[in-house]
Design a protein around this ligand. Structure first.
Ligand code: GDP
Ligand code: MG
Length: 198
């Protein structure tokens, strides 16, 4: 699929404010600074579409972008940007939970994971919550240009191993670099297939 048109639609601070139409939503989420805005810009080939920031935790709203006049990319707020206490972990913001658990228009959720890191508790807990609620999701490993391919593969293997401790099946996975445009075709053709099967 080619993205020929990508436009900012709106920012919402509540589920009741999101667009009331029948465009399907493909949402992106992850820890702050994981590379969400960069990935959205890379997928849409539009550099200033989502704001890229070196300072984590800035976006607290749900941002909708209209793609090809018939579906949405949804940029969700990052989770886990504060150095929160152990107890606070796993308590994702109400806005995030409300959207991912209750938005019927959300067709698929891409969970971004920094490919440089060993499995992070907060990501594992988020994925566990998704699995428990039967939310359709895939995993996008980001920033793979920042290390060798073998290091990326070894980190992804560790992540898979961690998931298999809890789940029998692994979700769909993508390996990406916003810098090198790695994974663009794979994600866009995946979305294309979803749209065609609806
Ligand atoms: N080298 C490299 N840097 C990246 C990549 N994706 C994001 N970054 C950098 O990581 C930082 C956070 O990116 P951003 O897209 O704002 O993350 P967000 O908070 O998840 O939206 C920025 O300094 C980006 O330039 C990538 O694929 N490769
Ligand atoms: Mg961002």
């Amino acid at each position: 699929m080619n993205i020929t048109s990508a436009e900012f639609k709106c920012s919402s601070q509540k589920l009741s404010q999101i667009p009331n139409d029948d465009f399907l939503e493909f949402a992106f989420i992850g820890r702050s600074n994981v590379g969400k805005s960069s990935l959205i810009n890379m997928l849409t080939s539009k550099n200033g579409l989502a704001k890229v920031s070196g300072t984590p935790g800035k976006t607290k709203l749900i941002n909708h972008f209209t793609i090809n006049h018939n579906w949405y990319i949804v940029d969700l707020p990052g989770y886990g940007y504060a150095r929160v206490s152990k107890q606070a972990r796993g308590e994702f913001s109400k806005l995030i939970l409300n959207y991912v658990q209750n938005c019927d228009k959300m067709h698929y959720l891409f969970v971004l994971i920094d490919s440089r890191l060993e499995p992070q508790k907060i990501d594992i807990e988020f994925i566990e919550m998704l699995g428990n609620h039967g939310i359709p999701f895939g995993i996008v490993f980001t920033k793979c240009d920042k290390q060798s391919t073998s290091q990326t593969h070894s980190n992804i293997s560790a992540f898979k191993k961690r998931l298999l401790e809890q789940w029998e099946e692994l979700p769909t996975m993508f390996v990406t670099s916003a810098e090198k445009k790695t994974g663009k075709e794979e994600i866009l053709s995946f979305i294309d297939t979803c749209l065609k099967n609806c």
